[in-house]
Ligand binder design. Structure first.
Ligand code: NDP
Length: 457
């Protein structure tokens, strides 16, 4: 039976746009539906606007540090409205580029919501559209816990568009988004209280990374409190009052929840197609990104595998190459590097010390902590931490971890080596670039006492 399209993609974010463009380049007739702005979470309300604000926030320290290098800077003032407007202008430009990418690739855009009628048919903004293959790439959406007054709180979506800067803000959560926004607000001059329900922020990251970042955030003035959470929020005049579970209260201008994101599957009527979801509402897929229904696939955050833009891009590419390019390829989810744009930055590739130990490896650990050269003049008490996790038997590097300026830029290059199976000997045989922080990764010679063993003493 002739269908309207070879491929219909739901969601024009990183994964959906990449899959549609590549499929079209192989000759497939492709359409994509997007009910919001083309570009998705990363471009419109995630990575890009967030990183622009991170740059903005860092100037605070740069102005202070400049004095040690002989500069006299007048009292800096900050204009929240100007930063937000400039950021919005850039997001509009990127949105335009994404729109052009789709039209240049001959991908038909439906600026509407799509939902399933059956496994080959969708209702797209009231129109019935059929396709041989359907790709779900609808991403995720921030979730707030169901507590009284949660509607008074914002998420990162709204934080990027606040008309005025809150003088005082509570950030709830201890993950990527919470530490990044705590750093943004703090750098821009808001008083920040960060509340995390667990023992230490950034669960899942290496323990040395977690403790180092927590220390550095506190040094910069963030009031980071662990083992705490909000029980309810109420309005008091023009402000908010957060009632904590331990009985205390905090008065604030804004409460921002960064307590995770849920896959966007609720409005898709997936039951009509028989697509199976896991208990978090994510589409269950196999290694080829194929769902429980033969002609329906899913990539990116909606599958809740590794929720990062480059992973969605790669899953989308592998899907299109496999189905339309005669180049069957599965996305390899091993050793995916990532960075957290906290202040200072965090980046990692491979296994944490604790995860490697849990997998049964005997380990050699190499670790260093130092004050970056720049701060020998400024006197700023900021430490950079680097760590190498090595399989003691084979000398293979299992994990690299860093807290410090430009950690993402440094780990990206080293991730290639880890992906290729580099050993500690390979790092030792590499000549450093002096003077850089990155050279420490190839000059660490002394084994350090494993953190896990130290903790157990
Ligand atoms: P995360 O899953 O990373 O963190 C959620 C945090 O909120 C955790 O600290 C969690 O605690 C806590 N939490 C969860 N539920 C509750 C609750 N009911 N009450 C109180 N605290 C709660 O989510 P994010 O929102 O930070 O980010 C979502 C995803 O987006 C990330 O997983 C990441 O993949 C991606 N991302 C990547 C970025 C990057 O690459 N730089 C930047 C931003 C996002 P606990 O640890 O106890 O579970």
């Amino acid at each position: 039976m002739a269908r309207d399209f070879d491929l219909f993609v739901i969601g024009a974010g990183s994964g959906g746009v990449r899959a549609s463009r590549v499929a079209s380049s192989y000759g497939a007739k492709v359409a994509v539906a997007e009910e919001s702005r083309v570009g998705g979470t990363c471009v419109i309300r995630g990575c890009i606007p967030k990183k622009l604000l991170v740059y903005g926030a860092h100037f605070h320290e740069d102005f202070e540090d400049a004095a040690a290098f002989g500069w006299t800077v007048g009292t800096p003032t900050f204009d929240w409205g100007r930063l937000i407007a400039n950021k919005d202008k850039e997001i509009d430009r990127l949105n335009g580029i994404y729109l052009r990418l789709l039209s240049n690739a001959n991908v038909k855009l439906y600026p509407s919501h799509a939902k399933f009628l059956d496994r080959h048919t969708l209702d797209v903004g009231g129109e019935r559209v059929s396709a041989e293959t359907i790709l779900i790439a609808t991403g995720g959406w921030p979730v707030k816990p169901n507590i009284p007054g949660a509607d008074l709180a914002i998420t990162s979506n709204e934080a990027l568009h606040l008309p005025t800067q809150p003088k005082h803000v509570i950030v709830v959560g201890g993950g990527y988004i919470a530490v990044e926004f705590a750093g943004i607000f703090n750098g821009l001059g808001s008083k920040v209280v960060q509340l995390y329900r667990g023992e230490q922020i950034l669960r899942g990251f290496d323990d040395d990374v977690r403790t180092t970042l927590a220390q550095e955030m506190r040094k910069k003035g963030i009031d980071l409190r662990v083992g705490t959470d909000i029980a309810r929020i109420e309005k008091t005049g023009g402000r908010l009052r957060a009632h904590l579970k331990d009985g205390g209260t905090i008065d604030t201008d804004a409460v921002m929840y960064a307590t995770g994101r849920a896959p966007n599957t609720a409005g898709l009527n997936l039951a009509a197609a028989g697509v199976k979801l896991n208990d978090k509402g994510a589409v269950i897929v196999d290694d080829w990104s194929r769902s429980s229904v033969e002609n329906i696939y899913a990539v990116g955050d909606v599958t809740d595998r590794i929720n990062l833009t480059p992973v969605a891009l790669n899953e989308g590419l592998a899907f299109a190459q496999t189905l339309y390019g005669k180049r069957p390829r599965k996305m390899d989810h091993a050793n995916v590097p990532s960075a957290v744009f906290s202040q200072p930055n965090v980046a990692s590739v491979g296994l944490s010390e604790a995860a490697a130990r849990k997998q049964g490896y005997a380990l050699d650990i190499y670790k260093t902590s130092f004050r970056p050269l720049k701060h020998t003049l400024t006197g700023r008490d900021e430490k950079t931490m680097m760590k190498i996790v090595v399989d003691a038997q084979t000398e293979r590097v299992l994990g690299l971890h860093m807290v410090g300026p430009e950690a993402g830029e440094i780990i990206q290059g080293l991730a290639v080596a880890v992906k290729m199976g580099a050993t500690k000997r390979d790092l030792d045989a590499t000549v450093g670039i002096h003077p850089t922080a990155a050279e420490e990764f190839v000059t660490m010679r002394e084994k350090s006492v494993p953190t896990v063993a130290k903790a157990a003493e």
